[in-house]
Design a protein around this ligand. Structure first.
Ligand code: NAD
Ligand code: APR
Length: 240
């Protein structure tokens, strides 16, 4: 039995399947990831754009980086892989998605049970007083109407705490899952990279490049997220 058939079997027999996704889930939608050859962090120093210090002491660069990502996302859409995960949720095959992605593609593809561990790039707030703000105000580089503070997207910056509810949801769902499928993440970033080890269930890693630390997975499917998900979905449909 090959690995695809093995995962197909596990998907069918699993009572609670949870998927954990990273930026590699969206590269086939045209959105760069972070640590691959063409990733954001190969062109931009994350310390200069994705930290609280960057926001507070170099707002123009911070603003330019997130404005550029917002503009790019306006031209991108979920791919077939996102839609397959949404179908699996509807068919009762997939219980929940925990994602590090801020692009909202799982929701846009129709998934409802999604925890956004690193927030969302589509909502905004004042960094000082927390008052919510609009995308238009952020893009226009306006200051907070309430306290004149800097506006920012609701993404988790390095060193910031993850949204507590999303984190607790993901942690408890993964702990109680009997199958965890990790898709398109280098597992470089704490604390999300600790999640796969928290499950007692089977662990599957679907990734374009297989990192050394992937040895603790029960099954590794090396390849592109969309392509692998299409193959898995075909197997699920044929052996129904
Ligand atoms: P780091 O040492 O900067 O971060 C580790 C920190 O993660 C820990 O010290 C802990 O305080 C913090 N943390 C955040 N939420 C937590 C939670 N719910 N439970 C326990 N600890 C939590 O390591 P790093 O790999 O350089 O950065 C990881 C940090 O970056 C995390 O805080 C993460 O939330 C954040 N992050 C930022 C981005 C981004 O795009 N800027 C994306 C993902 C994660
Ligand atoms: N299919 C499968 N895997 C892919 C694909 C694809 N089409 N494209 C890229 N990959 C793989 C890459 O080989 C890489 O191992 O996905 C992984 C993406 O890893 P990162 O770029 O590190 O992205 P991610 O793991 O999501 O980063 C975690 O770091 O800076 C923060 O905000 C950022 O939330 C992100 C966090």
């Amino acid at each position: 039995m090959n690995n695809l058939q093995k995962v197909d079997d596990w998907l069918r027999s699993s009572k609670k399947t949870v998927v954990l996704t990273g930026a590699g889930m969206s590269t086939e939608s045209g959105v760069p990831d972070f640590r691959s050859a063409s990733g954001w962090w190969t062109k931009t120093d994350l310390q200069k754009v994705a930290t609280v210090d960057a926001l507070e002491f170099n707002y123009p660069l911070f603003h330019e980086f997130y404005s550029m990502r917002i503009r790019l996302l306006e031209k991108c859409a979920p791919h077939e892989g996102h839609h397959i995960l949404a179908k699996w949720e509807k068919d009762g095959i997939l219980h929940r998605i925990a994602t590090q992605n801020v692009d909202g593609f799982h929701f846009q593809a129709g998934s409802k049970c999604v925890d956004e561990l690193h927030g969302s790039i589509y909502t905004f707030r004042c960094h000082s007083c927390g008052q919510s703000a609009s995308k238009e105000s952020f893009l226009a580089k306006e200051r907070c109407g309430h306290c004149q503070g800097y506006l920012r997207p609701n993404v988790v910056l390095f060193g910031e705490m993850l949204p507590e509810k999303a984190w607790q949801n993901a942690l408890s769902n993964i702990q109680s899952a009997d199958l965890v499928i990790v898709i398109g993440t280098s597992l470089e970033v704490y604390p999300v990279n600790q999640l796969p080890m928290m499950t007692k269930g089977k662990k599957v890693y679907i990734n374009k490049e297989i990192a050394s630390h992937a040895s603790y997975f029960d099954c590794i499917l090396e390849g592109k997220a969309k392509e692998v998900l299409i193959k898995l979905d075909e197997l699920l449909s044929t052996n129904k």
